[in-house]
Design a protein around this ligand. Structure first.
Ligand SMILES: Nc1nc2c(ncn2[C@@H]2O[C@H](COP(=O)(O)OP(=O)(O)O)[C@@H](O)[C@H]2O)c(=O)[nH]1
Ligand SMILES: [Mg+2]
Length: 467
């Protein structure tokens, strides 16, 4: 097992705590304004739904300068929850907030979870629930929905199912959902949702793996957890949590680094797991726990013109890298699309009388920008080929993955821009159908990936022979 990262102070804290049956872990980085509510909801869920178990809440913080940890420590104590819920639990609820140590010099969400895993393993918990600290829509029942399948149903990994606004979750919709589904044959709709349930067995297994890379210490953690649960044969289900409402992010402005960390991780795992996914065709449903929900999440504004413009800008500086990482036919298609993107942006800016690239133009809505860009489209099958070409390129040259994934960012912007333009008039349900259609396209093109992989294996064998 790789060495523990825990500091002596955290070890002493674990010694003091002894044991627990169920733990809620909350990673945080500058979430002072929202984490108090998440802590109260977690406490209430533990007290209300698991009154006989020994519960603990652990906040693993990055050393936030905004007082996040103080909020956790000062938020209403567990007896407040007992009072408002009229429950008298058998065990006292423990609550801890600590600053997590970096893993091999790297901090981030994954490093925060690494400390949470180590504490969960040391306390010998049966179930660990992890929830994000920027959640607005969490309610106490989420704790039951995430831990129940483990404690009652024998599952090891519980992935969330939520209603997200149609423009939220763009990394999930463009890459992690369709690729995980097509590679491994499991329809896990939110492989990087951030809110998970994990059994004690799977926590120990995570700590025993020896592929904890720097990206896993950052935002690669979620796709790593999900993929390891699939490939290493753990029992997986989903759980219906209702709407996901959290701090909004505009893909063009906020999601570049997260995209690179998530996609480099999923690509690295794909290259390592070929014998696992090569035989798989099609996909099947993953069981879902919990009652259906119909809540609609609030809308989110996105600067569509910036997304489409960044796609074209990328083609100016990155065409060389695109040529390296894409098949010639895909490369050609993508360059033609980038030229169309440039023309669409010029026309849209003229129609709206603005110059929008870079800043969000005041008073211009997502829908107005999308209407003005109507006609620009980055087709499903071209996107699937881009992602599959990258699987092959990463396997051929593992050291280049970060460079390739950085060059993929403008293509992702183009693809997301197109998704938003095409979905502008659609309901959440209709947009969901589009995401499903794209996932089916990934499945349909799986033979393209398999052939590319077999060609690479043959090439490498020939090189070996001649060497
Ligand atoms: N400890 C720690 N937590 C982080 C860090 N970055 C993000 N997080 C937490 O990870 C969770 C998800 O982050 P968020 O930015 O909301 O990502 P998204 O909702 O997946 O787009 C939140 O609880 C963040 O506070 C970090 O550097 N350190
Ligand atoms: Mg969030």
């Amino acid at each position: 097992m790789p060495a523990s990262v825990l500091t002596p102070a955290i070890r002493a804290e674990i010694e003091r705590l002894g044991h627990a049956d169920i733990m809620v872990g909350i990673p945080s980085f500058k979430n002072a304004t929202t984490i108090g509510y998440v802590v109260r909801a977690a406490q209430a869920g533990l007290v209300q739904y698991f009154p006989d178990l020994r519960p603990i809440v652990v906040n693993s913080d990055a050393g936030s300068p905004d007082g996040t940890q103080r909020v956790v420590v000062e938020t209403e104590p567990p007896d407040y929850v007992e009072r408002v819920l009229l429950v008298r639990p058998a065990n006292r609820l423990q609550r801890v907030s600590l600053t997590y140590p970096e893993v091999d010099g790297v901090g981030g969400k994954g490093a925060a979870l690494r400390t949470i895993f180590e504490i969960a393993a040391a306390l010998e918990v049966q179930a660990l629930v992890v929830v994000d600290s920027d959640l607005r829509s969490i309610v106490p029942e989420w704790i039951e929905l995430l831990a129940g399948p483990i404690l009652k149903g024998g599952y090891d990994f519980v992935a969330p199912l939520y209603n997200r606004y149609k423009y939220d979750g763009t990394i999930t919709n463009t890459v992690t959902y369709p690729l995980t589904r097509a590679l491994y044959g499991r329809r896990i709709r939110q492989p990087i949702g951030g809110d998970f349930g994990v059994s004690g067995d799977l926590v120990r297994h995570y700590l025993e793996r020896d592929d904890w890379t720097p990206d896993v210490s950052r935002f690669g953690i979620d796709i790593w957890m999900t993929t390891v649960a699939i490939t290493d044969g753990f029992a997986i289900c989903q759980t219906r949590l209702g709407a996901k409402v959290h701090d909004p992010k505009d893909p063009g402005a906020d999601l570049g680094p997260m995209f690179r960390q998530v996609v480099a991780t999923i690509q690295r795992l794909a290259a390592a797991n070929a014998e696992h996914w090569l035989p798989i065709r099609g996909s099947h449903e993953v069981p879902a726990y919990g009652f259906e929900r119909i809540m609609e999440p609030p809308p989110l504004e996105v600067n569509t013109i910036r997304l489409v413009s960044e796609f074209h800008q990328g083609s100016l500086g990155l065409a060389g890298t695109w040529a390296e990482m894409l098949a010639p036919a895909t490369h050609e298609m993508v360059l033609a699309l980038a030229a169309e993107a440039a023309a669409a942006v010029v026309a849209a800016e003229r129609r709206l009388g603005i110059h929008a690239a870079g800043v969000s133009p005041a008073g211009v809505t997502t829908d107005q920008m999308s209407d003005a860009l109507a006609g620009f489209s980055f087709p499903d099958d071209c996107w699937a080929r881009v992602i599959y070409d990258l699987v092959i390129a990463t396997a051929r040259d593992p050291a280049a993955v970060d460079r390739f994934v950085a060059a993929l960012v403008p293509l992702y912007f183009g693809r997301v821009g197109s998704f938003i333009i095409e979905n502008r008039g659609l309901s959440g349900e209709q947009a969901e159908e589009r995401a499903e259609r794209q996932a089916r396209e990934f499945e349909l093109l799986k033979p393209y990936l398999v052939e590319g992989w077999q060609r690479l294996v043959a090439e490498q064998a020939a090189e070996q022979e001649s060497a």
